[in-house]
Design a protein around this ligand. Structure first.
Ligand code: DAH
Length: 338
C-alpha cells in the first residue's frame, strides 16, 4: 500500500511558499482541483487489485482531507494578514490637527435689517411681506402717483409688461395692508426693491422698510417721536432728528428726515459733508387720497408713513462708502461683520 508520503512532502513545502491569494488559488488548482495531483491519484484506482480498492480509496481521501486542511489554515492566515494590512493603511491619526472650517456669518444688510425690525417690533409694529412683482395700480396709481405725473420719473422702473413691474419701493405694501386690514394699523414692510440705477450709492436692487400707522388722531408729531426712538436705538441715545419739507405724492405734508451726525455729534465732518446732518429717510402724513383709495374715511382716520433705505442705514452705521461692496461677495469684507 502506497503511503503518499512523497506527495505529502510536496504539499507541505508548496503550501509553505504560498504568500498571497493568487498563489493560494494556484496551489488549489495544482493539488486539489479537478486536474490536480490528488485527483490524479484516483485515476490510479484502475491499476489497484479489487480487494485493495476500498483501502486505496480511503487513503487517497485522507490525503485530500489533509491537504484541504492545509489549504484552509493558509487561507485563514492570508486573510488575517490582509486585514492587518488594511487596518494599517486606514489608520487615522487622531492627534492630527483638524481641517479648519470657518463658520459663516450674517451679511451686514441682514444684520441691520434684523436690528431695524427689532426696534420697530418693540414699538408694536407688525411685520408684513408682499410680492416683489407688482402692478401699476399698487406701485403707483393708488399711491396717488398718477399716469403721466412727472413724479413717476423719480423712479426708474423695470417694467415687465404694460402693467407689471418690479416694485420700485415698498410703498405698495401700504395699499396691500389697507386692503386687508381696517384701522388701527401699525405695520412694517421690509423687502427688496428695484430701480434701473447703478453707481457708488445706488444699486439696481436694494432693500427698503416701509412703515405705516393708521388710526384716529395720528399726526406728524407721532412720526417724529417714533423716528427719534428709532434713530436713538440705531445710532446712539444722543442722536436727534430734523424734518425738512419735501414732496412725495402719497404723503401730505411730506418730509425728509435727517439725523444729527453720529460721527462728529453735529460739528461737521466728512461723513455729514460738513453739515452736521445726514439724510436717512422720507415720510409724512398719509395723503387723504391714498386713504380714500383704500376705502378708509380720511375724516375719521389719519396716518403716517415712512420709507427707509436699509443699505443707506448700513453704510452709515458701518462707515461703508461704496454700495457695490454689499453685492460683490468679497469674503474679506463680509467676514468683518462677525
Ligand atoms: N417710497 C419712497 C421712495 O422709495 C420713500 C417714502 C417716502 C416712503 C415717503 C414713504 C413716505 O412711505 O411717506 O423713495
Amino acid at each position: 500500500m502506497k503511503d503518499f508520503s512523497e506527495i505529502k512532502e510536496q504539499v507541505k513545502s508548496k503550501i509553505a511558499e504560498v504568500k498571497d491569494g493568487a498563489q493560494l488559488s494556484e496551489f488549489w488548482q495544482n493539488y486539489l482541483g479537478k486536474t490536480g495531483v490528488i485527483s490524479g491519484l484516483m485515476k490510479e484506482m484502475k491499476t489497484v487489485p479489487p480487494e485493495e480498492k476500498p483501502l486505496f480509496g480511503k487513503a487517497v481521501n485522507d490525503v485530500r482531507v489533509w491537504a484541504q486542511e492545509m489549504y484552509q489554515t493558509k487561507q485563514a492566515e492570508i486573510k488575517a494578514r490582509e486585514l492587518e494590512r488594511r487596518y494599517e493603511r486606514e489608520t487615522v491619526d487622531v492627534t492630527m490637527p483638524a481641517l479648519k472650517r470657518a463658520p459663516g456669518n450674517l451679511h451686514p444688510i441682514t444684520l441691520i435689517k434684523q436690528e431695524m425690525i427689532e426696534v420697530f417690533a418693540g414699538m408694536g409694529f407688525e411685520i408684513a411681506e408682499y410680492p416683489e412683482i407688482e402692478d401699476d395700480d399698487h406701485n403707483f396709481t393708488r399711491l396717488n402717483v398718477l399716469k403721466d405725473h412727472p413724479s413717476r420719473d423719480m423712479q426708474d422702473t423695470f417694467w415687465l409688461t404694460e402693467d407689471l413691474l418690479l416694485r420700485t419701493h415698498t410703498s405698495p405694501g401700504q395699499i396691500r395692508t389697507m386692503d386687508a386690514e381696517r384701522p388701527p394699523i401699525k405695520v412694517l414692510v421690509p423687502g427688496k426693491v428695484f430701480r434701473s440705477d447703478s453707481d457708488a450709492t445706488h444699486s439696481p436692487m436694494f432693500m427698503q422698510m416701509e412703515g405705516l400707522v393708521v388710526d384716529k388722531g395720528i399726526t406728524l408729531c407721532d412720526l417724529q417721536g417714533m423716528l427719534d426712538k428709532f434713530v436713538q436705538q440705531m445710532f446712539g441715545s444722543g442722536t436727534k432728528t430734523r424734518l425738512r419739507p419735501s414732496y412725495f405724492p402719497f404723503t401730505e405734508p411730506s418730509v425728509e428726515v435727517d439725523v444729527s451726525c453720529f460721527e462728529c455729534g453735529g460739528k461737521g465732518c466728512p461723513l455729514c459733508k460738513g453739515t452736521g446732518w445726514i439724510e436717512v429717510l422720507g415720510g409724512g402724513v398719509v395723503n387723504k387720497k391714498v386713504l380714500e383709495n383704500c376705502n378708509i374715511d380720511p375724516e375719521v382716520y389719519s396716518g403716517l408713513a415712512f420709507g427707509i433705505g436699509v443699505e443707506r442705514i448700513t453704510m452709515l452705521k458701518y462707515g461703508i462708502s461704496n454700495m457695490g461692496l454689499f453685492f460683490e461677495n468679497n469674503l474679506d469684507m463680509l467676514r468683518q461683520f462677525k
